[in-house]
Design a protein around this ligand. Structure first.
Ligand SMILES: Cc1cc2nc3c(=O)[nH]c(=O)nc-3n(C[C@H](O)[C@H](O)[C@H](O)COP(=O)(O)O)c2cc1C
Length: 177
């Protein structure tokens, strides 16, 4: 069962959870989930939106480009260390995260990307816009810290790959019961 929510009633909860890591799920070649810690909840072009930032080397990147949609899964009862470890440091190129992290998938309601029962607050998002970062426009100190050019893109944390920003229109929001 899904309980409909108004996303603005949960903005503080969502943004506090984002600081510790929420899940960005995609479903193109297969279902995959990655941890994100960066993003924005807001309004663009009069629509409720969530902006996410995905590095070039992530398995999630081509999945997002193919599917044109994603779901965000936010925990309500604290983070699950196994989910954070598997989805935040291993790549969908190498493993099946559903099996390895024990993700319990919940069928979507409006789009085609499932949610995750362990992280029940779910936002279904349709990609409206995508834009690559231009490294030349990023302040020098941030560039050195976040985009060290000697670290290969396979490293799960800071590495040489820039991010692509995806703007997702929030088309449905609910809590999985
Ligand atoms: C707390 C935390 C926050 C993260 N935030 C982001 C993020 O906002 N964008 C990103 O590209 N990677 C982020 N990562 C790294 C990815 O989750 C990680 O590289 C993951 O293994 C990528 O999975 P994939 O290759 O299956 O897409 C974060 C990792 C952690 C642990």
């Amino acid at each position: 069962m899904k309980e409909q929510i108004t996303v603005w009633d949960y903005s503080e909860l969502i943004l506090k959870a984002l600081g510790k890591g929420i899940l960005l799920n995609t479903n193109a070649d297969k279902f995959n989930s990655m941890v994100i810690g960066w993003g924005h909840l807001g309004i663009l072009w009069g629509k409720p939106t969530f902006h996410v930032y995905v590095r070039q080397g992530r398995y999630t990147k081509p999945q997002l480009d193919k599917a044109g949609e994603f779901t965000l899964s936010v925990p309500l009862g604290g983070i699950d260390p196994k989910i954070i470890r598997v989805c935040g440091s291993e790549s969908g190129y190498n493993i099946d995260k559903v099996a390895k992290a024990g993700l319990e998938l919940e069928p979507p309601r409006t789009l085609s990307t499932p949610g995750i029962r362990q992280y029940p607050l779910t936002l279904e998002c349709k990609v409206l816009y995508a834009q690559d970062q231009e490294l030349g426009k990023i302040p020098e100190d941030i560039l050195r810290r976040m985009y060290p050019q000697h670290i290969p893109g396979t490293d799960p944390m800071s590495n040489k790959d820039f991010h692509t920003m995806y703007v997702g229109e929030i088309v449905d929001a609910y809590i999985i019961k």
